[in-house]
Design a protein around this ligand. Structure first.
Ligand SMILES: [Zn+2]
Length: 363
C-alpha cells in the first residue's frame, strides 16, 4: 500500500461510519415524526380497510344538555330569522369537542361566544378548525347521532273555516319517546351492570312511568324489528332512513304492546304513537311481566357499517342528555274512547321520509 491509498482508506474509514450514522438518525427521526402525526389523529376511533371504506368504530356521546340546548337555539334562530350566517349546531358542538378533547364538563360560554363572533365576522368553519385534526371525526360521529333532530318540516294546522293546512317550519323535529302530559323519571344509568342472563352493561336509558303510557317515535324511520326478545320483552326497533341510527324501545305493555297495525317494514313518522309502556321482558317465555318497575328502555345504536349492527362491534350511546334535550318537544296524544287506542294530535310532514314511502304512513 502506498501513502496515497492509505490516506484514501483512512478517509473512507472515517466518512463511511458518519454517513451511516446520519442515515440512521434521519430514519429514526422520520419514524418518530410519522408516529406523532398519527397520534394526533384519533385513529383508535376509525377503521380503515382501504381508502374507499373508512368508518367510525367507536363513539362516546358526551355533549351535555346545556351545550345541546345553547347550540340548537343558535342554529334555529339563525335559520328562522334568516340571518346571513346560518349556524349549524352539529358544527358548533364538534368544534367544542375538539377544543375540550370531548370533555364537555370544560364547557365555557366564552368559547362558544368567540366561535360565533368568528363565524359572524365571515370566517369559515374550515379555517377555524384547521388546527383540529379530530374535527372530521367528531363531526361525522355527532352528525350520525343528531342528523334528523333539527331541520325543515311542516306542521298541520286548522284555519278559521276548519280547513287543514300545513305550515313550513324549521326547528326541533325529533320527539321525546314519552307522550306529552305523561310523567316519567330517569337518571344517567348508561353502563350500569345488569345481572339477568349474563354479566353485561346497560346500553340505554330507563324511563320510569306508568303502564300504558303512549310511547312515541323519536325519529321517522322503518320498523325493522317487532316482537318478543328475551331481555327486552315486547320491543320495537326502528331504523332511520340514512341507516345510521337504530332506535330501540323495550319492555312494552303485556297483551297490547304496540300501536294498532304496527308491523315490520312499516314507515313511522317522528311523533307517532308506536306502543305502550310496560314491564315485559327477562323471560324466554313470551308476554311475561318479569321486571319489577314499569319503564321504557330506550336506546340508540349507531351504525356506520352494517357489520356493526349485530355481534361484538355494536356502538350504543348514552342517551341521557338527549332525553333531557327532547323534553322540549313532546307529542300530544288523544285516546279513541271506543278502542282505547292513542293517536298523535298534531301531524307533521317530515321531508326525511322518502316521498314514495308515504303510502305506508299516516298520509
Ligand atoms: Zn334498560
Amino acid at each position: 500500500m502506498n501513502k496515497k491509498s492509505i490516506k484514501r482508506f483512512h478517509t473512507l474509514f472515517f466518512i463511511l461510519p458518519i454517513f451511516l450514522v446520519t442515515i440512521i438518525i434521519f430514519q429514526i427521526s422520520y419514524n418518530l415524526n410519522t408516529i406523532s402525526v398519527n397520534a394526533n389523529v384519533n385513529w383508535d376511533n376509525w377503521v380503515v380497510e382501504n381508502e374507499s371504506k373508512k368508518y367510525i368504530k367507536w363513539v362516546d356521546f358526551t355533549p351535555t344538555f346545556e351545550v345541546l340546548d345553547k347550540t340548537s337555539k343558535l342554529d334555529i334562530d339563525s335559520h328562522t330569522n334568516d340571518e346571513d350566517i346560518k349556524l349549524n349546531w352539529i358544527e358548533l358542538i364538534s368544534f367544542l369537542a375538539c377544543k375540550y378533547g370531548g370533555d364537555f364538563k370544560r364547557f365555557n360560554q366564552k368559547d362558544l361566544n368567540s366561535l360565533i363572533d368568528n363565524l359572524r365576522s365571515g370566517k369559515t368553519m374550515e379555517e377555524l378548525t384547521k388546527k383540529y385534526k379530530n374535527y372530521s371525526y367528531f363531526y361525522e360521529a355527532y352528525d350520525a347521532v343528531l342528523h334528523e333532530f333539527i331541520g325543515d318540516f311542516e306542521t298541520e294546522s286548522t284555519d278559521d273555516s276548519g280547513n287543514k293546512t300545513y305550515i313550513k317550519k324549521y326547528g326541533i323535529k325529533a320527539y321525546l319517546p314519552i307522550a306529552s302530559n305523561y310523567s316519567f323519571s330517569h337518571y344517567d344509568d348508561f353502563g350500569n351492570s345488569r345481572s339477568y342472563g349474563y354479566k353485561r352493561v346497560h346500553l340505554g336509558n330507563d324511563l320510569m312511568g306508568s303502564i300504558g303510557t303512549p310511547i312515541i317515535a323519536v325519529e321517522s324511520g322503518i320498523v325493522e324489528c317487532l316482537g318478543w326478545n328475551q331481555y327486552g320483552g315486547w320491543r320495537i326497533g326502528i331504523r332511520s332512513f340514512d341507516n345510521k341510527r337504530y332506535y330501540y324501545y323495550a319492555h312494552l305493555r303485556k297483551d297490547r304492546p304496540y300501536a294498532e297495525n304496527l308491523s315490520e317494514g312499516q314507515i313511522v313518522t317522528a311523533g307517532d304513537v308506536i306502543g305502550y309502556l310496560g314491564m315485559t321482558g327477562y323471560s324466554i317465555k313470551e308476554n311475561v311481566n318479569n321486571i319489577n318497575v314499569p319503564h321504557l328502555h330506550f336506546g340508540i345504536q349507531l351504525i356506520f357499517d352494517e357489520s356493526q349492527k349485530d355481534g361484538v362491534n355494536q356502538i350504543w350511546i348514552d342517551v341521557y342528555q338527549i332525553i333531557e334535550f327532547l323534553r322540549k318537544h313532546k307529542s300530544e296524544v288523544y285516546r279513541n274512547t271506543d278502542t282505547y287506542e292513542f293517536y298523535r294530535k298534531n301531524k307533521i310532514i317530515d321531508p326525511s321520509i322518502p316521498r314514495e314511502k308515504y303510502v305506508y304512513g299516516t298520509y
